[in-house]
Design a protein around this ligand. Structure first.
Ligand code: TXA
Ligand code: MG
Length: 337
């Protein structure tokens, strides 16, 4: 089996929808990364996602919905906090962990009582959801522990022999995975940082009344403190290239520039583009000095550098909070197998 990379026109969206309806897999673009989709309410279809990725069954999936009506087929009720976050950030790169309805198969949630849901802000993802008119479970479309894909070519290289249809929507605009937030307790708990920051989440829920919490949710809040530990799938090594990755401070990069012995063919550099220092390395990619710009290019840069080197030296980005998700992904990329 070799996947067809299809332009997302009406005819091909119908082909993709038919593949999903027959319990197949379809890779599709979202604003964050490409997803490997299957119909979320079909346990047999979802099982094929785990097989294709080599993903441990203990790591639950994110379910993608077209709109709020579709969300309400997966969860029973929404707290004011969940509604405030949905109002502010959907469609967009925010995933909410909510108490699930009984119809959501165990395989989607790794047997847990919560389901992670998001409404993507990508016209092709939304068009596919509209045509199948059913929720789509989709993790990032890469083999487990590999770098997430931000182009159709990345998906083809990683999983091309394990599915039939890849919808090509060009490069993903955001470039890193959604922020995952547990909203089953009194306070939102960030389980995975992403391009929507903690500060933005705190701002969106400020002043939101908790008075309407249902008894279920009130009892759940007691277990909230353990939800980070419970956050499955946050294994340390993830998003990792084959090459050895080291993260070093800017000052050390400046030193390496002056030392010719520090530069050789199989060592590549991932630097921040700033006027103040522009080392004359050849095996180098420079990413913008803004969190959004950097995130948008990060995975493509890692895919590229990984293909042409054995070692990737990464300049540590600024340490302020806006860069949290970037630091998270870099730290995981640098964690040895
Ligand atoms: O941007 C994204 O979120 C992309 C695109 C395709 O939407 N998807 C993605 O999926 O990154 P995946 O499977 O690579 O990451 C899902 C994350 C994992 O960290 C998983 O542990 C967490 O969401 N997750 C899923 N369901 C959960 C649940 N019920 N409770 C806690 N964490 C959950
Ligand atoms: Mg992933």
């Amino acid at each position: 089996m070799v996947a067809k990379v299809l332009a997302p026109n009406e005819e091909n969206l119908e082909i993709a929808a038919e593949e999903l309806r027959s319990a197949g897999l379809v890779a599709f673009p979202t604003e964050t990364v490409y997803g490997l989709g299957a119909l979320a309410l079909d346990a047999n279809a979802v099982r094929r996602i785990f097989e294709a990725k080599g993903r441990p069954s203990t790591n639950p999936l994110i379910v993608h919905v077209l709109d709020r009506a579709m969300l309400l087929t997966l969860v029973d009720e929404l707290t004011p906090m969940a509604i405030a976050l949905i109002d502010r950030f959907w469609p967009g790169p925010l995933t909410l962990v909510l108490p699930k309805r009984a119809n959501v198969p165990d395989i989607v949630t790794a047997g847990g009582s919560t389901v992670a849901v998001r409404m993507p802000a990508h016209p092709v993802a939304l068009a596919l959801l509209r045509v199948v008119n059913a929720p789509i479970a989709a993790p990032s479309a890469n083999r487990s522990t590999e770098i997430s894909p931000t182009t159709a070519a990345h998906v083809l290289a990683s999983l091309g022999d394990r599915l039939r249809v890849i919808l090509d929507g060009g490069s993903c605009e955001r470039g890193i995975e959604s922020t995952v937030v547990d909203v089953t307790g009194d306070e939102p708990v960030v389980l995975r940082p992403g391009s929507i920051t903690r500060a933005q989440i705190a701002d969106a829920v400020r002043g939101v009344s908790q008075a309407h919490l249902s008894p279920t949710n009130t009892s759940r809040s007691a277990s909230n403190a353990s939800s980070i530990a419970r956050s499955p799938g946050q294994q340390e090594r993830h998003y990792a290239p084959r090459a050895k990755v080291t993260i070093i401070p800017s000052e050390s990069i400046a030193e390496m520039v002056r030392d010719p012995a520090a530069q050789h063919d199989r060592r590549a550099f991932l630097l921040i583009d700033r006027a103040s220092h522009s080392p004359s390395f050849t095996n180098v990619i420079r990413l913008p000095n803004t969190p959004d710009g950097y995130a948008a290019g990060l995975y493509a840069a890692l895919h590229d550098l990984d293909a042409r080197s054995d070692e990737i030296v990464i300049e540590s980005p600024p340490s302020d909070a806006a860069w949290e998700a970037i630091h998270d992904r870099l730290r995981r990329a640098a964690t040895p197998a």
